[in-house]
Design a protein around this ligand. Structure first.
Ligand SMILES: Nc1nc2c(ncn2[C@@H]2O[C@H](COP(=O)(O)OP(=O)(O)OP(=O)(O)O)[C@@H](O)[C@H]2O)c(=O)[nH]1
Ligand SMILES: [Mg+2]
Ligand SMILES: [Zn+2]
Length: 350
């Protein structure tokens, strides 16, 4: 296999040069086990662990390898093993807040060129959820593409497409059905030795689409629940899979909880329409909750702005502000922890 087929390119090659000169090899993380990583290299698959030095120098989850990362390796090919010494800088990173109450970042995938936001055209269809996914995509550095799957189950596709267009200005939308084999050819254009990650709720058809693009039944697929069209969380690991035609696909588990992780600039990107309207409010610090001359209220009343979309905007903003406060406290704690480590090591050396 050629390394280019895994998504390797000129820029990465330049970053890697100094390591190469020292005799290191390169690989890409395809799967994350508890403490081990499956890494794809030009010479095949290896099982890798991080070096002791790496562990010592890492302060947060973000420093550790994640699926999609390019890693600097020393290899023991006869044993099928390797050691990870560094992670090359990421050109994109898709994160969310880990489920539950902790304020911790979970890296879903890195070095993704395009993210397919998969939404089924059945009763699970949800524009508000899509808004969230779009926001995360803009923040990640990857280009979002909306996939409306299971078109065979939808009576009025046009209506759905219009709804999606209204929240996703300028984002490509593809209507597909694996069952009826429609709309699929157009997706090939996103691969060309690049990386595509599939995101969307459980049961949306991500693994079905992966198998389709791969040309074989690699990923396990399961029927959804019949009462509410929700999936059964069939895929449990994020995994990077190489396509025979070059390029890679990252299949991910449908998320139970999609909480945001820092999304400031992207908030404006996704809600440009609302922020533009808000510029016409009489007061610059208008809270849009009853002040005279509020353009937002006027736009909602006239129907120009969908009230639900506005509510969703307000909710997302609150969530971000909350997260920011919590993260600050965490950062302070992490800093303390780091210094503890350093002082300890200095003592040790003495
Ligand atoms: N009618 C129809 N069903 C489909 C289509 N694509 C997928 N499905 C069905 O949807 C169900 C769920 O598909 P999966 O591919 O397992 O969904 P997933 O997004 O990978 O779900 P998780 O792994 O749980 O996140 C399966 O029963 C598929 O057969 C389609 O185009 N049309
Ligand atoms: Mg799946
Ligand atoms: Zn206002």
């Amino acid at each position: 296999m050629h390394i280019e087929q895994l998504g390797w390119n000129q820029q990465l090659s330049e970053v890697f040069t100094p390591y190469k000169e020292q005799g290191f090899s390169i690989g890409r993380v395809s799967l994350e086990h508890k403490r081990m990583y499956r890494v794809l290299t030009e010479k095949g698959e290896l099982l890798a662990e991080i070096s002791g030095k790496f562990r010592f120098e890492s302060n947060s989850r973000e420093d550790y390898p994640a699926v999609g990362d390019w890693v600097v390796l020393s290899t023991r090919e006869e044993e099928g093993k390797a050691t990870i010494h560094h992670v090359l800088p990421r050109f994109s990173k898709f994160s969310r807040k880990v489920a539950g109450n902790q304020t911790e970042e979970q890296i879903v995938a890195t070095n993704v060129n395009t993210v397919f936001l998969v939404n089924a055209l059945n009763n699970d269809f949800n524009v508000r959820r899509l808004e969230r996914y779009l926001l995360m995509s803009w923040e990640s550095g990857a280009n979002p593409v909306i996939i409306l799957s299971k078109a065979d189950l939808c009576e009025d596709v046009e209506k759905r497409v219009k709804e999606v267009e209204s929240v996703a200005l300028g984002v490509p939308i593809h209507v597909v059905s694996v069952k009826e084999q429609t709309g699929l050819d157009a997706l090939q254009a996103y691969f060309h030795n690049e990386t595509v990650a599939l995101l969307g709720s459980s049961g949306a058809g991500k693994s079905t689409l992966t198998n389709q693009l791969l040309g074989l039944e690699k990923q396990v697929v399961q029927e959804i629940r019949t009462d509410d069209d929700k999936g059964k969380h069939t895929t449990t690991h994020r995994e990077l899979i190489v396509l025979p035609t070059g390029g890679v696909i990252i299949d991910t588990p449908g998320m139970r909880e999609l909480q945001l992780w820092e999304a400031d600039s992207s908030m404006s990107h996704s809600f440009q329409d609302i922020e533009e309207i808000a510029q016409h409010c009489r007061f610059r610090d208008c809270s849009h909750s009853g002040e005279p001359g509020c353009a937002i209220q006027t736009a909602i009343e006239s129907g120009e702005l969908d009230e639900k979309r506005y509510q969703s905007y307000v909710k997302l903003q609150k969530e971000l502000a909350y997260l920011e406060r919590k993260t600050e406290i965490r950062a302070q704690l992490a800093e303390k922890e780091k210094w503890k480590k350093i002082t300890k090591s200095v003592r040790h050396r003495r």
